[in-house]
Write a protein that binds this ligand. Structure first.
Ligand code: NAD
Ligand code: IPM
Ligand code: MN
Length: 358
Protein backbone atom coordinates (compact mmCIF):
# COMPACT_ATOMS: atom_id res chain seq x y z
CA UNK A 1 0.00 0.00 0.00
CA UNK A 2 1.27 3.49 -0.90
CA UNK A 3 0.62 6.32 1.56
CA UNK A 4 1.95 9.84 1.96
CA UNK A 5 2.26 11.06 5.54
CA UNK A 6 2.94 14.59 6.76
CA UNK A 7 4.86 14.78 10.01
CA UNK A 8 4.01 17.94 11.94
CA UNK A 9 6.13 17.60 15.05
CA UNK A 10 5.56 21.13 16.39
CA UNK A 11 7.07 22.19 19.69
CA UNK A 12 8.77 20.88 22.81
CA UNK A 13 8.45 17.13 23.33
CA UNK A 14 6.31 17.01 20.18
CA UNK A 15 9.62 16.81 18.29
CA UNK A 16 10.97 14.06 20.53
CA UNK A 17 7.98 11.72 20.58
CA UNK A 18 7.05 12.17 16.91
CA UNK A 19 10.54 11.03 15.90
CA UNK A 20 9.74 7.67 17.51
CA UNK A 21 6.27 7.51 15.94
CA UNK A 22 7.81 8.02 12.51
CA UNK A 23 10.37 5.24 13.10
CA UNK A 24 7.50 2.89 13.90
CA UNK A 25 5.77 3.82 10.63
CA UNK A 26 8.99 3.22 8.71
CA UNK A 27 9.47 -0.16 10.28
CA UNK A 28 5.89 -1.23 9.60
CA UNK A 29 6.25 -0.14 5.97
CA UNK A 30 9.42 -2.17 5.66
CA UNK A 31 8.03 -5.26 7.34
CA UNK A 32 4.71 -5.35 5.46
CA UNK A 33 5.96 -4.08 2.13
CA UNK A 34 4.10 -0.81 2.18
CA UNK A 35 5.45 2.35 0.63
CA UNK A 36 5.09 5.20 3.14
CA UNK A 37 6.55 8.50 1.98
CA UNK A 38 7.05 11.37 4.40
CA UNK A 39 7.20 15.13 4.34
CA UNK A 40 7.33 17.63 7.19
CA UNK A 41 5.46 20.84 7.89
CA UNK A 42 5.66 23.64 10.44
CA UNK A 43 3.18 24.56 13.14
CA UNK A 44 3.01 26.37 16.48
CA UNK A 45 5.96 28.19 17.99
CA UNK A 46 8.33 26.60 15.47
CA UNK A 47 6.21 28.06 12.65
CA UNK A 48 5.95 31.48 14.31
CA UNK A 49 9.74 31.62 14.61
CA UNK A 50 10.22 30.65 10.96
CA UNK A 51 7.35 32.52 9.30
CA UNK A 52 5.51 34.66 11.87
CA UNK A 53 2.43 32.48 11.37
CA UNK A 54 1.49 29.53 13.68
CA UNK A 55 -0.21 27.82 10.71
CA UNK A 56 1.53 28.62 7.41
CA UNK A 57 -0.63 28.06 4.28
CA UNK A 58 1.88 25.49 3.11
CA UNK A 59 1.15 23.33 6.16
CA UNK A 60 -2.55 23.24 5.34
CA UNK A 61 -1.94 22.60 1.64
CA UNK A 62 0.49 19.74 2.30
CA UNK A 63 -1.83 18.26 4.94
CA UNK A 64 -4.87 18.30 2.67
CA UNK A 65 -2.89 16.56 -0.06
CA UNK A 66 -1.64 13.82 2.26
CA UNK A 67 -3.14 10.49 3.39
CA UNK A 68 -2.55 11.11 7.10
CA UNK A 69 -0.86 13.48 9.51
CA UNK A 70 1.38 12.48 12.40
CA UNK A 71 1.19 15.35 14.84
CA UNK A 72 3.31 16.15 17.91
CA UNK A 73 2.31 19.12 20.08
CA UNK A 74 2.28 22.91 20.13
CA UNK A 75 3.07 25.36 22.90
CA UNK A 76 5.81 27.49 24.40
CA UNK A 77 6.23 28.91 27.92
CA UNK A 78 6.72 32.38 26.48
CA UNK A 79 3.04 32.47 25.49
CA UNK A 80 1.64 30.59 28.48
CA UNK A 81 2.73 33.48 30.70
CA UNK A 82 1.84 36.27 28.30
CA UNK A 83 -1.96 36.61 28.10
CA UNK A 84 -1.60 39.65 25.84
CA UNK A 85 0.14 37.80 22.98
CA UNK A 86 -2.01 38.02 19.85
CA UNK A 87 -0.21 35.34 17.88
CA UNK A 88 -0.04 32.04 19.77
CA UNK A 89 1.22 28.50 19.00
CA UNK A 90 -2.16 26.94 19.92
CA UNK A 91 -3.81 28.88 17.07
CA UNK A 92 -1.90 26.56 14.75
CA UNK A 93 -3.51 23.45 16.15
CA UNK A 94 -7.01 24.93 16.34
CA UNK A 95 -6.53 26.27 12.81
CA UNK A 96 -5.53 22.96 11.26
CA UNK A 97 -8.41 21.15 12.99
CA UNK A 98 -10.83 23.68 11.51
CA UNK A 99 -9.17 23.85 8.09
CA UNK A 100 -9.31 20.06 7.70
CA UNK A 101 -12.81 19.71 9.20
CA UNK A 102 -11.56 17.35 11.92
CA UNK A 103 -14.68 17.49 14.02
CA UNK A 104 -14.37 14.15 15.83
CA UNK A 105 -11.54 13.53 18.25
CA UNK A 106 -11.38 9.89 19.35
CA UNK A 107 -9.48 9.44 22.60
CA UNK A 108 -9.30 5.80 23.68
CA UNK A 109 -8.49 5.22 27.34
CA UNK A 110 -6.64 1.95 27.11
CA UNK A 111 -5.31 0.60 30.35
CA UNK A 112 -2.41 -1.79 29.90
CA UNK A 113 -2.59 -4.27 32.79
CA UNK A 114 1.12 -3.85 33.43
CA UNK A 115 0.49 -0.22 34.34
CA UNK A 116 -2.11 -0.87 37.03
CA UNK A 117 0.36 0.24 39.68
CA UNK A 118 1.48 3.34 37.72
CA UNK A 119 -1.84 5.04 38.38
CA UNK A 120 -2.68 6.90 41.55
CA UNK A 121 -6.08 5.18 41.44
CA UNK A 122 -6.54 1.84 43.25
CA UNK A 123 -5.97 -1.21 41.03
CA UNK A 124 -9.35 -2.80 41.84
CA UNK A 125 -11.14 0.36 40.68
CA UNK A 126 -9.13 0.49 37.44
CA UNK A 127 -8.89 -3.10 36.29
CA UNK A 128 -10.94 -3.63 33.15
CA UNK A 129 -11.49 0.06 32.42
CA UNK A 130 -11.85 0.65 28.67
CA UNK A 131 -13.36 3.93 27.52
CA UNK A 132 -13.60 5.59 24.12
CA UNK A 133 -14.13 9.34 24.22
CA UNK A 134 -15.69 11.18 21.32
CA UNK A 135 -14.70 14.80 21.86
CA UNK A 136 -16.26 17.29 19.44
CA UNK A 137 -13.31 19.24 18.05
CA UNK A 138 -14.30 22.15 15.81
CA UNK A 139 -17.07 23.89 17.75
CA UNK A 140 -17.99 25.03 21.25
CA UNK A 141 -16.43 27.87 23.21
CA UNK A 142 -13.17 27.24 21.33
CA UNK A 143 -14.57 28.68 18.12
CA UNK A 144 -17.45 30.94 19.26
CA UNK A 145 -17.16 34.70 19.14
CA UNK A 146 -14.74 36.08 21.69
CA UNK A 147 -13.54 39.52 22.61
CA UNK A 148 -12.98 42.36 25.08
CA UNK A 149 -14.89 45.47 25.95
CA UNK A 150 -13.43 48.82 24.82
CA UNK A 151 -11.92 49.41 28.26
CA UNK A 152 -10.59 45.81 28.10
CA UNK A 153 -11.94 45.08 31.58
CA UNK A 154 -14.58 42.64 30.39
CA UNK A 155 -13.90 39.58 28.25
CA UNK A 156 -16.16 36.96 26.74
CA UNK A 157 -16.07 33.64 24.88
CA UNK A 158 -19.23 32.22 23.37
CA UNK A 159 -20.18 28.60 23.89
CA UNK A 160 -22.04 27.77 20.70
CA UNK A 161 -23.23 24.59 18.98
CA UNK A 162 -25.42 24.02 15.96
CA UNK A 163 -27.60 20.97 15.49
CA UNK A 164 -25.55 19.56 12.58
CA UNK A 165 -22.34 19.76 14.60
CA UNK A 166 -23.85 17.72 17.41
CA UNK A 167 -25.56 15.27 15.08
CA UNK A 168 -22.48 14.31 13.08
CA UNK A 169 -20.33 13.49 16.10
CA UNK A 170 -23.20 11.82 17.96
CA UNK A 171 -23.76 9.47 15.03
CA UNK A 172 -20.06 8.55 15.05
CA UNK A 173 -20.21 7.87 18.79
CA UNK A 174 -23.38 5.74 18.52
CA UNK A 175 -21.85 3.77 15.63
CA UNK A 176 -18.78 3.10 17.76
CA UNK A 177 -20.92 2.05 20.73
CA UNK A 178 -22.57 -0.58 18.49
CA UNK A 179 -19.14 -2.17 17.93
CA UNK A 180 -18.29 -2.12 21.65
CA UNK A 181 -20.31 -2.72 24.84
CA UNK A 182 -23.30 -0.75 23.49
CA UNK A 183 -23.26 1.91 26.19
CA UNK A 184 -23.08 5.62 25.52
CA UNK A 185 -22.78 8.39 28.07
CA UNK A 186 -23.38 11.91 26.78
CA UNK A 187 -21.80 14.58 28.97
CA UNK A 188 -23.06 18.16 29.08
CA UNK A 189 -24.17 20.91 31.46
CA UNK A 190 -27.81 21.02 30.37
CA UNK A 191 -28.97 22.12 33.81
CA UNK A 192 -27.33 25.50 33.14
CA UNK A 193 -26.22 25.98 29.52
CA UNK A 194 -28.52 26.48 26.52
CA UNK A 195 -25.94 24.98 24.13
CA UNK A 196 -25.94 21.88 26.36
CA UNK A 197 -29.75 21.72 26.22
CA UNK A 198 -29.53 21.60 22.42
CA UNK A 199 -26.78 18.97 22.77
CA UNK A 200 -29.01 16.79 24.96
CA UNK A 201 -32.05 17.32 22.72
CA UNK A 202 -30.13 16.17 19.64
CA UNK A 203 -28.63 13.12 21.40
CA UNK A 204 -32.11 12.18 22.64
CA UNK A 205 -33.45 12.46 19.08
CA UNK A 206 -30.74 10.21 17.68
CA UNK A 207 -30.90 7.58 20.46
CA UNK A 208 -34.06 5.76 19.15
CA UNK A 209 -32.17 4.98 15.92
CA UNK A 210 -29.89 2.81 18.08
CA UNK A 211 -32.35 0.85 20.27
CA UNK A 212 -29.61 -1.54 21.38
CA UNK A 213 -27.47 1.23 22.81
CA UNK A 214 -28.06 2.03 26.46
CA UNK A 215 -27.85 5.82 26.70
CA UNK A 216 -27.26 7.93 29.77
CA UNK A 217 -26.76 11.64 30.21
CA UNK A 218 -24.45 13.02 32.87
CA UNK A 219 -23.60 16.56 33.83
CA UNK A 220 -19.93 17.39 33.41
CA UNK A 221 -19.32 17.88 37.13
CA UNK A 222 -20.81 14.49 38.04
CA UNK A 223 -19.07 12.83 35.07
CA UNK A 224 -15.69 14.11 36.29
CA UNK A 225 -16.38 12.53 39.67
CA UNK A 226 -17.71 9.21 38.28
CA UNK A 227 -14.72 8.82 35.99
CA UNK A 228 -12.44 8.40 38.99
CA UNK A 229 -14.97 6.73 41.29
CA UNK A 230 -15.89 3.98 38.84
CA UNK A 231 -14.20 4.20 35.41
CA UNK A 232 -15.52 0.74 34.43
CA UNK A 233 -19.08 2.07 34.22
CA UNK A 234 -18.16 3.95 31.02
CA UNK A 235 -17.94 2.59 27.48
CA UNK A 236 -18.35 5.36 24.87
CA UNK A 237 -18.38 8.92 26.22
CA UNK A 238 -19.69 11.65 23.90
CA UNK A 239 -19.03 15.25 24.79
CA UNK A 240 -18.22 18.75 23.57
CA UNK A 241 -14.88 20.34 22.86
CA UNK A 242 -14.10 21.93 26.23
CA UNK A 243 -15.58 19.24 28.46
CA UNK A 244 -13.82 16.57 26.38
CA UNK A 245 -10.49 18.36 26.68
CA UNK A 246 -10.72 18.43 30.46
CA UNK A 247 -12.22 14.98 31.01
CA UNK A 248 -9.59 13.23 28.88
CA UNK A 249 -6.64 14.74 30.75
CA UNK A 250 -8.37 13.46 33.88
CA UNK A 251 -8.91 10.08 32.23
CA UNK A 252 -5.20 9.86 31.38
CA UNK A 253 -4.68 8.93 35.02
CA UNK A 254 -6.74 5.80 34.40
CA UNK A 255 -4.14 4.79 31.80
CA UNK A 256 -1.31 5.81 34.12
CA UNK A 257 0.07 8.91 32.39
CA UNK A 258 -0.53 11.65 29.86
CA UNK A 259 2.28 9.97 27.97
CA UNK A 260 0.05 6.95 27.24
CA UNK A 261 -2.95 8.60 25.59
CA UNK A 262 -3.24 8.67 21.82
CA UNK A 263 -5.90 10.31 19.72
CA UNK A 264 -7.35 10.37 16.23
CA UNK A 265 -8.91 13.54 14.83
CA UNK A 266 -11.13 12.68 11.93
CA UNK A 267 -13.85 14.30 9.87
CA UNK A 268 -14.19 15.56 6.34
CA UNK A 269 -10.67 15.02 5.04
CA UNK A 270 -7.25 13.69 6.02
CA UNK A 271 -7.06 12.26 9.56
CA UNK A 272 -4.64 13.72 12.10
CA UNK A 273 -3.09 11.52 14.78
CA UNK A 274 -1.64 12.97 17.96
CA UNK A 275 -0.96 12.33 21.62
CA UNK A 276 -3.41 14.18 23.87
CA UNK A 277 -0.53 15.74 25.79
CA UNK A 278 1.12 19.06 25.09
CA UNK A 279 4.66 20.28 24.52
CA UNK A 280 5.56 19.65 28.21
CA UNK A 281 8.11 22.42 28.73
CA UNK A 282 9.07 20.96 32.10
CA UNK A 283 10.70 17.93 30.46
CA UNK A 284 11.55 19.24 26.96
CA UNK A 285 15.10 18.49 25.83
CA UNK A 286 15.74 15.99 28.61
CA UNK A 287 15.05 12.94 26.44
CA UNK A 288 12.69 11.46 29.03
CA UNK A 289 9.27 12.03 27.44
CA UNK A 290 7.15 8.93 27.04
CA UNK A 291 6.83 8.26 23.28
CA UNK A 292 4.09 5.61 23.66
CA UNK A 293 1.22 8.07 23.07
CA UNK A 294 2.78 8.85 19.70
CA UNK A 295 3.35 5.15 18.98
CA UNK A 296 -0.28 4.38 19.86
CA UNK A 297 -1.37 7.31 17.67
CA UNK A 298 0.45 5.59 14.80
CA UNK A 299 -1.59 2.45 15.55
CA UNK A 300 -4.77 4.53 15.27
CA UNK A 301 -3.55 5.95 11.94
CA UNK A 302 -2.81 2.49 10.53
CA UNK A 303 -6.25 1.29 11.59
CA UNK A 304 -8.54 4.26 10.91
CA UNK A 305 -6.94 6.04 7.94
CA UNK A 306 -5.28 3.08 6.19
CA UNK A 307 -7.51 0.17 7.27
CA UNK A 308 -4.36 -1.82 8.19
CA UNK A 309 -5.82 -3.70 11.16
CA UNK A 310 -3.08 -6.34 11.46
CA UNK A 311 -0.34 -3.74 11.43
CA UNK A 312 -2.22 -1.59 13.95
CA UNK A 313 -2.70 -4.53 16.30
CA UNK A 314 0.96 -5.40 15.99
CA UNK A 315 1.97 -1.92 17.14
CA UNK A 316 -0.34 -2.13 20.16
CA UNK A 317 0.99 -5.62 20.95
CA UNK A 318 4.56 -4.30 20.77
CA UNK A 319 3.70 -1.64 23.39
CA UNK A 320 2.13 -4.33 25.54
CA UNK A 321 5.16 -6.62 25.19
CA UNK A 322 7.65 -3.88 26.06
CA UNK A 323 5.64 -3.00 29.16
CA UNK A 324 5.39 -6.70 30.05
CA UNK A 325 9.16 -6.96 29.71
CA UNK A 326 9.29 -4.35 32.48
CA UNK A 327 10.51 -1.32 30.53
CA UNK A 328 9.16 2.07 31.59
CA UNK A 329 9.71 5.74 30.94
CA UNK A 330 9.91 7.84 34.07
CA UNK A 331 6.26 8.92 34.07
CA UNK A 332 5.05 5.29 34.26
CA UNK A 333 7.77 3.86 36.48
CA UNK A 334 7.02 3.08 40.11
CA UNK A 335 8.95 2.05 43.20
CA UNK A 336 9.24 -1.53 41.96
CA UNK A 337 10.85 -0.57 38.61
CA UNK A 338 14.58 -1.37 38.61
CA UNK A 339 16.52 1.76 37.63
CA UNK A 340 18.02 0.03 34.56
CA UNK A 341 14.48 -0.48 33.23
CA UNK A 342 13.68 3.25 33.33
CA UNK A 343 14.31 4.30 29.75
CA UNK A 344 14.61 7.56 27.86
CA UNK A 345 12.43 8.50 24.88
CA UNK A 346 14.60 6.98 22.15
CA UNK A 347 15.55 3.94 24.24
CA UNK A 348 11.86 3.18 24.73
CA UNK A 349 11.42 3.67 20.98
CA UNK A 350 14.25 1.24 20.33
CA UNK A 351 12.57 -1.40 22.50
CA UNK A 352 9.34 -0.98 20.52
CA UNK A 353 11.24 -1.29 17.24
CA UNK A 354 13.04 -4.40 18.53
CA UNK A 355 9.66 -5.98 19.36
CA UNK A 356 8.25 -5.10 15.96
CA UNK A 357 11.25 -6.60 14.18
CA UNK A 358 10.37 -9.82 15.99
P1 NAD B 1 1.29 19.02 28.97
O1 NAD B 1 0.42 17.95 28.46
O2 NAD B 1 2.33 19.52 28.03
O3 NAD B 1 2.02 18.50 30.31
C1 NAD B 1 1.30 18.19 31.50
C2 NAD B 1 2.17 17.31 32.41
O4 NAD B 1 2.25 16.00 31.85
C3 NAD B 1 3.61 17.81 32.53
O5 NAD B 1 4.08 17.60 33.82
C4 NAD B 1 4.36 16.96 31.54
O6 NAD B 1 5.73 16.78 31.87
C5 NAD B 1 3.59 15.64 31.60
N1 NAD B 1 3.66 14.96 30.30
C6 NAD B 1 2.97 15.29 29.20
N2 NAD B 1 3.30 14.48 28.19
C7 NAD B 1 4.20 13.61 28.67
C8 NAD B 1 4.93 12.53 28.09
N3 NAD B 1 4.78 12.17 26.81
N4 NAD B 1 5.81 11.86 28.88
C9 NAD B 1 5.98 12.19 30.16
N5 NAD B 1 5.31 13.20 30.77
C10 NAD B 1 4.44 13.90 30.02
O7 NAD B 1 0.35 20.20 29.45
P2 NAD B 1 0.70 21.67 30.02
O8 NAD B 1 1.95 21.61 30.83
O9 NAD B 1 -0.54 22.16 30.59
O10 NAD B 1 0.98 22.52 28.71
C11 NAD B 1 2.27 22.77 28.16
C12 NAD B 1 2.09 23.43 26.79
O11 NAD B 1 1.52 22.50 25.88
C13 NAD B 1 1.16 24.64 26.79
O12 NAD B 1 1.76 25.64 25.98
C14 NAD B 1 -0.12 24.13 26.19
O13 NAD B 1 -0.85 25.11 25.51
C15 NAD B 1 0.39 23.09 25.24
N6 NAD B 1 -0.55 21.98 24.97
C16 NAD B 1 -0.59 21.52 23.69
C17 NAD B 1 -1.35 20.40 23.38
C18 NAD B 1 -1.33 19.89 21.99
O14 NAD B 1 -0.52 20.32 21.20
N7 NAD B 1 -2.17 18.96 21.63
C19 NAD B 1 -2.06 19.75 24.39
C20 NAD B 1 -2.00 20.25 25.69
C21 NAD B 1 -1.22 21.36 25.97
C1 IPM C 1 -5.47 19.30 23.29
C2 IPM C 1 -4.92 20.64 23.71
C3 IPM C 1 -5.50 21.73 22.83
C4 IPM C 1 -7.01 21.80 23.08
C5 IPM C 1 -4.89 23.13 22.98
C6 IPM C 1 -3.39 23.13 22.92
C7 IPM C 1 -5.42 24.06 21.93
O1 IPM C 1 -5.15 20.88 25.06
O2 IPM C 1 -5.28 18.91 22.13
O3 IPM C 1 -6.06 18.61 24.13
O4 IPM C 1 -7.45 22.42 24.04
O5 IPM C 1 -7.72 21.20 22.29
MN1 MN D 1 -5.93 19.17 26.11
Amino acid sequence: MKKHIIVIAGDGIGQEVTAVGKQVLELIADKYNHEFTFDTALIGHAAIEATGNPLPDETVTKSKASDAILFGAVGHPKYDNDPSAKVRPEQGLLGIRKALGLYANLRPIKLFDELLSASSIKAEILQGADILFFRELTGDVYFGEKGRSDDRNTAYDTMIYSRYEIERIAVKAFDAAMTRRKKLCSVDKANVLESSRLWREVVQEIAPRYPEVEVEHQFIDAAAMLLIKDPKRFDVVLTGNLFGDILTDEASQIAGSMGMLASASVGDTTGLYEPIHGSAHDITGKGIANPLASVLSVALMLDISFGLKTEAEEVVSAVDAVLKAGFRTRDIADKSTPSENVLGTQQMGDEILRQLKG
